[in-house]
Design a protein. Structure first.
Lengths: 295, 132
């Protein structure tokens, strides 16, 4: 297998004695499009910020393109694009001034793309000369996305990039990712709570829970093999199920097992039940999986 | 021979079925039902990905699977087409197999609702009459 471009090795990070990331290890390979999922406060933004060197880690190491995060070269920096959760733009500048400022910082800047996106995403001449603090939340987010895509990055880190956009704005952003970013084999790490967007774009999903990557898998495979098996505890307690993720037993004597199983086993299990009404085997949507894996 | 547009396919997010599988099932149904005929040309992976706003890899996975099954063929310079079939149209048996997953789900729900087989079948018959 090709060497990972991002290697997060056993990192920990606490905020005033409150651990957020606990010995977290995560490898990302070139060309992967990964959705990072986790509950509010699970540490997704912290993880992304640590990966970019915006936050110091307490222990462990992070390398991107073989360079330590604390010591990125200009060249490595230029290969990375980042859209923060809240657009940290210079409020007193205009979009034109902001883009000119960043253009000077990067060795490569795709002027055609910037122009194209600005006009497609509603930045007319008037708006380009308006101060950023006069723009709407959605406009700021669009500008932040344009800024992050302008230097054709090879690794794109998106922290809830569409939280302020309306459905049409989100769709336009997805189309830009599909038509340009993914076509160029860019590696994308994408956190969002809008699971429908994630389902459209992500090939892999990673769940952040208790400061670690609790589960990472190919999304199609996960959805095809994950099952909820519900039935009387007295039957299920003696039934070993491979790839078990969660088992909950209720006071009414029923047990619910969430498992990442496989086709043969699902087949065998269904056969075993022999049409019995007692046990139900159901598929899971991405939202179900989110709830089951992260709670 | 029709040149189909991206309107051919639709997808639903939030389903228990992965998107590539939804595309495969749709193509199978369209072929079985005759809306997709042998020789018809299919929209490119890129066009479908843009129209449905899904990852091109997902569309390409569905196309490859349909190609492996012999339902689609890749023509050099032309792109993907609906494959020729040996025996004209698919048998009723093949076509009804395609309905099985939906009916299995309906059967499960009927059972949960404690509907008798007769009641469920009567409802299905009524729905068929309404739709035909």
């Amino acid at each position: 297998m090709i060497a990972p471009i991002v290697q997060v090795a056993s990192i920990s990070k606490s905020f005033s004695a409150q651990p957020v990331l606990c010995s977290l290890t995560w490898d990302i390979h070139p060309g992967q499009v990964i959705g990072l999922l986790g509950r509010n406060g699970a540490g997704k933004s912290t993880l992304m910020e640590c990966m970019l060197g915006l936050r110091e880690i307490d222990s462990g190491s992070i390398t991107i393109y073989g360079e330590d995060v604390a010591d990125f070269s200009e060249a490595t920096r230029a290969r990375i694009g980042y859209v923060p959760q809240t657009a940290e733009l210079f409020d007193w500048l205009t979009p034109n001034q902001l883009l000119d400022y960043f253009k000077a910082l990067y060795p490569h800047w795709n002027t055609t793309k910037v122009e194209n996106l600005l006009s497609r995403w509603g930045f007319d001449q008037l708006k380009r000369e308006k101060r950023i603090n006069k723009l709407s939340g959605g406009e700021k987010q669009r500008l932040s996305i344009i800024r992050a895509l302008a230097h054709d990055p090879q690794l794109l880190i998106l922290d809830e990039p569409v939280s302020s956009l309306d459905p049409i704005g989100r769709r336009e952003f997805l189309r830009e990712l599909i038509g340009d970013v993914i076509e160029r084999d860019t590696t994308v790490i994408f956190s969002t709570h809008i699971l429908s967007d994630l389902e459209r774009i992500a090939l892999d999903v990673a769940f952040l829970k208790d400061g670690q990557i609790a589960l990472q898998a190919n999304l199609d495979e996960l959805m095809e093999n994950a099952r909820r098996i519900v039935g009387p505890s007295k039957i299920l307690q003696h039934m070993p199920i491979s790839g078990e993720l969660r088992r909950t037993t209720s006071a009414d004597g029923s047990t619910c097992v969430i498992a990442r199983t496989n086709e043969e086993e699902i087949g065998a299990l269904t056969k075993n039940l022999n049409g019995s009404n007692d046990i139900r085997i159901e598929g899971l949507s991405l939202e179900d999986l989110f709830v089951e894996v992260t709670q | 021979m029709t040149e189909h547009t991206t309107n051919l396919f639709t997808i639903a997010t939030g389903s228990t079925e992965p998107i590539y599988r939804q595309l495969v099932e749709q193509a199978r149904r369209l072929i079985a039902g005759g809306q997709l005929a042998p020789g018809d040309s299919l929209p490119s992976v890129r066009d479908i990905a843009q129209a449905l706003a899904v990852n091109p890899m997902t569309v390409s996975k569905a196309y490859s699977m349909l190609e492996t099954e012999g339902l689609f063929t890749r023509r050099r310079g032309i792109g993907m087409q609906v494959a020729d079939r040996n025996n004209g149209t698919q048998s009723i048996k093949n076509r009804s197999e395609l309905l099985r997953p939906t009916l299995e789900r309906a059967a499960l729900e009927a059972k949960q609702l404690e509907l008798s087989a007769d009641a469920a079948l009567a409802l299905f018959q009524q729905i068929l009459k309404e739709k035909l």
